[in-house]
Design a protein. Sequence first.
Length: 241
Amino acid sequence: MSAVQEKPLGIKAYGHIGHLPNSRMGPGDHHCHQGQARIATEKARDRHDQIIVTEKVDGSCVAVARKDGVLIPLIRAGWPAAQSRHEMHHLFHHWVMANQQRFLDRLQDGERLVGEWLALAHGTRYQMAHEPLVIFDLMTGARRLPFRVLHERLGGQDGFTSPKLLHAGGPIAVPAALELLGPMGHHGAIEPTEGVVYRVERRGEFDFMAKWVRPDKVDGCYLPEVSGQPPVWNWRPGRSG
């Protein structure tokens, strides 16, 4: 990116989530606080904690922001997807533009929907049974809106896909969450899925997140720059989604 350009929102579209103990970590990853891990998996602070666990899908983190009434498809770092050097992000930009009324109906100015773009296989291959975008967060600035608000926005006749909800309630240990996930998850993975994401809300508002990734997972093993092989596409325009 040119030094004279600015990110449309002035920030990254999405940050990194801390890992739970025994989760597979890559370069630049970090553990969540020990106390957070305990709240999510062992003992809540009190009845005002709610632990929500969803399937972790494996693709490219992207976002769709609404700014001054205009939609801006973004990559995780906060730059416009249309300016990316990767074909998958250009496909994402065009897909958003083809579905722009659906996004405009759900986004207020200053908000963005964040999700995983599954078009190109990264470390997991999928047989796409739904659209290539799986949305997991609704944000304004650095603030995540409550889980219930996200799902109210995503619903409706032309609703978007969200990660499979595995658990909502008290703390749940990772092995129990993985049993609910199953070996292949619920999004059409044709090999063991990546893991689970914990979201902890308190008094109905977002508090923190943590994730667990299976230890044998290899980040980006299907990406050409890692594999040395041609790209593996889960989805291409005209095929599905």
